[in-house]
Design a protein around this ligand. Structure first.
Ligand code: TXA
Ligand code: MG
Length: 343
């Protein structure tokens, strides 16, 4: 497995991009940075390439992939028709962390869409991702470049931790900026519906298309999610995670109770509460006052506890508005829904 060593100040040069594109054209799979998280890319027209993606990730084959394009006009090549809502959202947010679900026209590998009649497409806002897609001259299917169930990778090192030896190579473009994945919206219906909260907030979408719905499964356990990937356990750290909805004293009480039971305890804390949890290890996830920083730090923080380093992890929670919706969606999944409420 090769690594093209770039970073934010030193992106891969044109020759390197051409080399990477050759791998994609030859139906090999390659990890590269996007503005959200690292993706594991392969030719979206090739069954063989898509098989390699599912295999490397250990991903269930009923979970469809996002197709990445390098220009807005490419969308029309793969979808049946572009609804007015979709057009408005594309004008407002592409390139950017917004994935649009529309009926497809059958020109992509059916494995990309897991046999669904719709396809999820986005145009990433990252010079390296755009250059690779453009040089390959193909639509690139790219799920997050982690082993299925693990936190998504925000650095090339995270990709290597999970996929070393399982993929052709990694393009290192430094740490990603947004830190959580794209927002996935269903644009096949009259009203736009959020299937997965992410980098573009509901509030921002509503400024463009008016009222936006949310898949009820995002908040109600008994509903089956409309986005197949949302039903799986995800983002799991190396020890059980419990969310703590309460003040720092309540969190500390829970930490101390676990220590009494002889457990080694980790905490995911905002910097405002650094040093106040009494945990054996604290990992800081930014400031409560600035959610973009929390989003950016979240997956690195979830990877921040080595195997067997702690027995249990407690995390602070965040308000579920703006980027907080995506952050809390990921934290709830990472915790398998376990949350303690202060009385
Ligand atoms: O930011 C991102 O979106 C990253 C970067 C690499 O672009 N990619 C990413 O892909 O998060 P992945 O495969 O980890 O997540 C794709 C999500 C899954 O929840 C999947 O179920 C959903 O999109 N999805 C894909 N196609 C769909 C479809 N046709 N209908 C509904 N949901 C779909
Ligand atoms: Mg993923």
């Amino acid at each position: 497995q090769w690594i093209v060593d770039g970073n934010v100040d030193n992106y891969p040069n044109d020759t390197q991009i051409q080399e990477v594109a050759e791998y994609i054209k030859n139906n090999q799979v390659v990890a590269f940075p996007t503005e959200t998280v690292y993706g594991l890319g392969g030719n979206a027209r090739s069954d063989q390439a898509i098989d390699k993606i599912f295999q490397a990730k250990g991903r269930p084959s009923d979970n469809p992939l996002i197709v990445h394009i390098s220009s807005k006009s490419q969308l029309a090549e793969y979808v049946e028709n572009i609804t007015d809502n979709a057009k408005q959202l594309i004008e407002a947010f592409w390139p950017g962390p917004l994935t649009i679900v529309l009926p497809h026209n059958g020109k992509l590998s059916p494995k990309v869409t897991a046999g669904l009649s719709t396809v999820a497409v986005r145009m990433p806002d990252h010079p390296v991702a755009l250059a690779i897609i453009e040089a390959a001259g193909l639509p690139i299917a790219a799920p997050s470049a982690n082993r299925s169930g693990r936190p998504s990778p925000t650095t090339a090192a995270h990709v290597t931790q999970d996929l070393d030896g399982k993929i052709a190579g990694v393009v290192d473009g430094g740490a990603t900026g947004v830190g959580v994945e794209s927002t996935v919206v269903d644009c096949t219906t009259e009203k736009v519906m959020i299937l997965r909260p992410g980098g573009i907030t509901k509030e921002a979408l509503e400024q463009v298309v008016g009222e936006v719905l949310q898949d009820p499964a995002l908040t109600e356990e008994e509903e089956a999610p409309k986005s197949p990937g949302m039903k799986y356990t995800h983002y799991a750290p190396s020890a059980p995670l419990i969310l703590v909805d309460g003040d720092i004293n309540f969190l500390r009480k829970n930490v101390l109770a676990s220590k009494q039971e002889g457990k080694r305890v980790g905490t995911l804390l905002t910097q405002e509460h650094q040093g106040l949890s009494e945990a054996d290890k604290e990992v800081i996830i930014g400031s409560k006052e600035y959610l973009p920083e929390v989003a950016r730090a979240l997956y690195e923080a979830l990877r921040g506890f080595e195997a067997n380093e702690v027995d249990i992890i407690y995390s602070e929670v965040f308000p579920e508005t703006d980027l907080g919706s995506a952050i809390m969606n990921r934290l709830r999944k990472a915790a398998g829904g376990k949350i303690l409420q202060q009385k």
